[in-house]
Design a protein around this ligand. Structure first.
Ligand code: ADP
Length: 457
C-alpha cells in the first residue's frame, strides 16, 4: 500500500513539473526553462534522500527535516528498522561478552587465549596468579617469556592434547598445575589454555605412590632373608630322607610363594620408578630388531615341552628413540604373555614395521583370545582375565600395567584386538618423532637368530 502511495507521489511530482512547464509556455512562452528547473529540483531531491540513506546505513543518523518521502519512504523505513535491529543485537552481544568475560575473570582456573605464534590474546586474573601473566592482559606477550619448561613446548609441538600436562607453576614451584589445551577455532590457529591448580591431588597421589614404594622396599629385605634361608633348608631336606618326607613339600611351597612375592615387589618397584616421570629419562637409539630376537630366544627357553611356534616379521633398519631398558621390559612382557597365556603349539607372530610415518610393534597369537569386556581393564594393576589360571602361569598381574606406563612415556598407546576363539593382537604404534632408521654394516643379531632357527628345523 505504502509502496503504491510512494510511486503515486512521484508520478504526481512529475505531473506537477510538466503542468508547471505547460502553464509557463502558455503564460510566458517558456516551456523549457521551467521543465529544466523542475527536473533539476527533482534530481536534487533524490540526491539529498540518497545521501540521507547512506548516513542512516553507515552512521545510524536519522533523516533530517529536509527528508522528502515519496518513493524513498519504504527503503528508509526498512533501513531504519534493520539498523535498530543491529543496534539491539550489538547491545545483546556486548552484554553476553561482558558476562562471558566476568565469568572467565572469576574462574579459579587460569584461562589464556593463545594466538598462532603462542602469543597471549587474552587472559583472566587467575592466569596472573598461576602463570605469572599480567592483569589486565598484556596482549601479544609471547607465552615463552613466562612458561619456560621445555616439556611444555614438547607438549605444544606434539599437538596431542587429549591428556593434560602436569607442570610446576612458573612463578611458584610448590604449586602443581594441570594444563589443558583446546583448539577452539577452526583454521584460525587460536588455542585455549586452561591451567588448574592440582597441588593437593598431586600430593595425595604422591603419598599413595610413595606408600607403595616404601612398603615394597620394606618387604624386600625380609623376603630376601627368608628366601635365602629357605634355600639351604630345601637342600638339607633333600639329603635327610625322614624330614624331607615330612617337610619337603611345605618348604617347596614356601619357596615358591616367597619367590612370587619377590617378583610382585620387583614389579611394584618398577611401576613406581615409571610413575615418577611422564617422559623417558634418556633418548637412546634402540635397535628394536635385535632386542626382539633376544627376547624371542629367551621366550623359546621357557616354552619348553610344547613349543610355541614363533614367526618374526621385522624391519631390521627400523629403530626407536627412547629408553632401551623400559622398552625391553614392555616388549618382553607382551611376548612372554603370548607364551604364558596361550595353550601349547600356539602360533606367535612378532611384527616390527613401518606404518606410514609411524612404527608398529605387534605381538599376535592364535590363542584363546580375550572377551571384549576384559580388554579395557587389562592395563589395571593386578587385573587378570582368569585369576587362578594366570597365577598358575606365574604372572604378577602387573605386566600390562608396566607395558602401558612405558608406552605412555614414549607417546604411544597399547591397542588390544582380541576375541574369544580368535587369538589376540597387542599393538603399540610409536609416533614419528620416536622413529629412526638404523644403518648397520655387519649382519644383525636377528639375521643370526634366523639362521640358527633355520638350522634347528
Ligand atoms: P600377568 O602377570 O598375569 O601376565 P598382565 O598384566 O601381563 O599380568 O596381564 C593381565 C592379564 O591379561 C593376564 O592375567 C591374562 O589373563 C591376560 N592376557 C595377557 N596377555 C594375554 C594373551 N596374549 N592372551 C590371553 N590373555 C592374555
Amino acid at each position: 500500500m505504502k509502496k503504491l502511495t510512494g510511486w503515486r507521489i512521484e508520478l504526481a511530482l512529475i505531473g506537477v513539473i510538466l503542468l508547471a512547464s505547460v502553464c509557463a509556455e502558455l503564460l510566458f512562452g517558456d516551456f523549457v526553462l521551467v521543465l529544466i528547473l523542475g527536473a533539476a529540483s527533482y534530481v536534487a531531491r533524490h540526491l539529498l534522500n540518497l545521501w540521507q540513506l547512506q548516513n542512516l546505513l553507515t552512521r545510524g543518523e536519522k533523516t533530517s527535516a529536509f527528508f522528502l518521502p515519496g518513493v524513498w519512504s519504504v527503503p528508509f523505513e526498512q533501513a531504519s528498522s534493520l539498523h535498530s535491529q543491529l543496534r539491539e543485537q550489538k547491545q545483546k552481544n556486548s552484554v553476553t561478552i561482558d558476562h562471558f568475560h566476568n565469568m572467565l575473570a572469576g574462574m579459579p582456573e587460569a584461562v589464556v587465549i593463545l594466538g598462532p605464534q603462542d602469543e597471549v590474546v587474552w587472559n583472566n586474573p587467575a592466569a596472573a596468579n598461576l602463570l605469572g601473566l599480567t592483569w589486565p592482559p598484556a596482549t601479544s606477550l609471547p607465552l615463552r617469556e613466562k612458561i619456560t619448561h621445555p616439556i611444555f613446548y614438547e607438549y605444544l609441538e606434539k599437538g596431542d592434547f587429549s591428556n593434560a600436562l602436569e607442570l610446576e607453576s612458573p612463578i611458584n614451584s610448590t604449586v602443581i598445575l594441570s594444563i589443558l589445551l583446546i583448539d577452539f577455532t577452526e583454521g584460525k590457529d587460536e588455542r585455549l589454555l586452561i591451567a588448574t591448580d592440582v597441588t593437593q591431588v598431586y600430593h595425595l597421589d604422591r603419598i599413595r605412590k610413595d606408600f607403595v614404594t616404601n612398603v615394597s622396599h620394606e618387604l624386600r629385605t625380609p623376603l630376601t632373608v627368608i628366601t635365602g634361608m629357605l634355600e639351604p633348608l630345601a637342600q638339607g631336606m633333600k639329603s635327610d630322607q625322614q624330614s624331607g618326607q615330612q617337610w619337603g613339600r611345605s618348604v617347596e611351597l614356601m619357596q615358591q610363594q616367597a619367590q612370587r612375592m619377590k617378583e610382585i615387589i620387583e614389579d611394584l618397584l618398577n611401576l613406581s620408578r615409571l610413575d615418577k616421570n611422564d617422559y623417558p629419562t634418556s633418548d637412546e637409539t634402540v635397535e628394536v630388531a635385535s632386542m626382539i630376537s633376544t627376547i624371542v630366544n629367551d621366550a623359546r627357553g621357557i616354552a619348553t615341552a610344547d613349543r610355541h611356534e614363533f614367526f618374526l616379521e621385522v624391519e631390521e633398519d627400523l629403530g626407536l628413540v627412547g629408553e632401551t631398558k623400559t622398552l625391553h621390559s614392555a616388549f618382553s612382557n607382551l611376548i612372554f604373555n603370548a607364551v604364558c597365556h596361550t595353550p601349547p603349539r600356539t602360533k606367535i607372530t612378532v611384527r616390527w614395521r613401518r606404518s606410514g610415518d609411524l612404527a608398529c610393534f605387534e605381538v599376535q597369537d592364535t590363542g584363546e583370545g580375550i572377551a571384549a569386556r576384559h580388554i579395557p581393564r587389562l592395563t589395571e594393576r593386578f587385573y587378570r582375565v582368569e585369576a587362578g589360571r594366570s597365577r598358575e602361569s606365574g604372572g604378577t598381574g602387573l605386566g600390562l600395567a608396566i607395558v602401558n606406563r612405558v608406552l605412555i612415556r614414549h607417546g604411544c598407546e597399547l591397542r588390544v584386538i582380541s576375541e574369544p576363539g580368535n587369538g589376540s593382537s597387542f599393538q603399540c604404534l610409536f609416533p614419528t618423532h620416536r622413529v629412526t632408521t638404523i644403518r648397520r654394516q655387519v649382519p644383525s643379531a636377528l639375521q643370526q637368530a634366523r639362521h640358527s632357527t633355520d638350522a634347528d628345523q
